[in-house]
Design a protein around this ligand. Structure first.
Ligand code: NAG
Ligand code: NAG
Length: 380
């Protein structure tokens, strides 16, 4: 094809200019090109390359529906709740029987730095949890030294002290390693801590990040009902920065397990096909201080998303928070063009503070920044 094309333009030139010297022939060939095309090539190609450098990730994300097929759909279990309906009826609505006594519940988290969210979580789950298990490391997943934030603020959590199994694990600080290696190392250490906490077969174990908060009534239901799935993922409402920005309802990583000694392993990936609808809240990047955003952006498994230093500029971060825009200038991760295009641009503001964690609304003075209309963050 290409050769034929060249031949053709050569012939054309021969026709116009006849037999001529090499220099003239070259001019002939060049005349064949439109000057505008030439300018377009000289300016356009470098601009395109620069554009791909800046936005290459956007291009690949935008084309994601073409190169990535969606994960296998979950078996979604309808979720019923009303405070006036008896537990026996609620269990029956889900197709389960009710137990004579509730199961014990263990809530285990790998803690980073989200102290306010931990307070909201533990207060939410407090009535139904037998043992809180918390592990923290002096290393982030990307191998950056971090303070033991929980240890330094332990006094704030006096209400949980009598039911707390706390442990620390030293970071390995291996340079240039994939952050997921440190993460799985810390999760294995958490497995040991859960055993130390005294868990036994058929106790419920909640596996979730600190900011994935199951609602209290969900955990109460699961501890009272018989025949619930051995491993059950929880569908949570996804929020970003605060409860003002409701992104979607697609969070599924949190899970609840009926513990089986020697078999149950602490994990944060998909472990079963069952997903219980509307079971709580996932509040990502819900921090009080701008510095916490900077720390999180640099220090965790997605540190590679900080492609330019100006991403860490405090006034830029503040601006993104108030607009519900993406901190890393990324496009949404979706598997169909319909959903991807529907989600382009900032997340719309939500004006609902209905059905949020109780501790948050009981302490609005303390947690105002998590509620609609309060996007300004403290520096420091
Ligand atoms: C719930 O039950 C209480 C006591 O039986 C009753 O007074 C109240 O009206 C009920 N509320 C709803 C919303 O059904
Ligand atoms: C991290 O913690 C481990 C275990 O407590 C300790 O040996 C190590 O010195 C600590 N490293 C840093 C950099 O603080």
């Amino acid at each position: 094809m290409l050769e034929a094309g060249y031949k053709k333009s050569d012939d054309l030139c021969n026709n116009v200019c006849g037999r001529a010297s090499r220099a003239v022939r070259l001019r002939c060939i060049l005349r064949g090109f439109d000057a505008r095309v030439l300018v377009l090539l000289l300016v356009g190609v470098p601009a395109l390359i620069f554009g791909i450098y800046l936005h290459g990730q956007k291009v690949t994300y935008f084309l994601r529906p073409l190169w990535k097929s969606p994960p296998k759909p979950f078996n979604r279990i309808p979720h019923y709740h009303h405070q006036n309906v008896s537990m026996e009826k609620l269990c029956r609505l889900h197709g389960w029987g009710v137990r004579e006594t509730p199961r014990r519940v263990f809530d285990a988290v790998l803690f980073n730095n989200e102290l306010d969210i931990l307070a909201i979580r533990w207060n939410e789950l407090h009535p139904y949890v037998s043992e809180f298990v918390l592990l923290e490391s002096n290393s982030t997943f990307t191998g950056i030294v971090k303070p033991l934030f929980f240890a330094e603020n332990r006094a704030r959590f006096g209400f949980a002290e009598s039911r707390l199994t706390y442990g620390t694990v030293g970071g390995r600080f291996v340079k240039g390693e994939n952050p997921f290696v440190e993460e799985s190392y810390q999760r294995v250490a958490l497995d040991q801590l859960i055993r130390l906490a005294g868990i036994s077969d058929d106790d419920l174990l909640i596996m979730s990040d600190t900011d994935e908060i199951p609602s209290a009534h969900t955990i109460n239901l699961l501890r009272w009902c018989d025949e619930i799935p051995e491993k059950l993922h929880l569908q949570l409402r996804n929020y970003l920065y605060s409860f003002e920005f409701h992104l979607d309802d697609k969070s599924w990583r949190a899970s609840v397990h009926r513990y089986r000694a020697g078999k149950t392993r602490y994990a944060h990936y998909r472990q079963s096909d069952d997903l219980l609808a509307d079971s709580g809240w996932h509040c990502s990047f819900c921090f009080r201080y701008i510095n916490d955003f900077v720390f999180k952006m640099k220090a965790y498994s997605h540190a590679d998303r900080v492609r330019f230093q100006y991403f860490l500029n405090p006034s830029r971060i503040q601006d993104k928070i108030c607009h519900g825009a993406n901190l890393f200038d990324m496009l949404p991760e979706e598997y169909t063009f319909k959903e991807l295009i529907g989600k382009l641009g900032p997340i719309p503001h939500s004006y609902s503070a209905i059905d949020l964690p109780g501790h948050l609304l009981q302490n609005v003075d303390k947690f105002k920044y998590l509620l609609p209309g309060n996007c300004i963050r403290e520096t420091g």
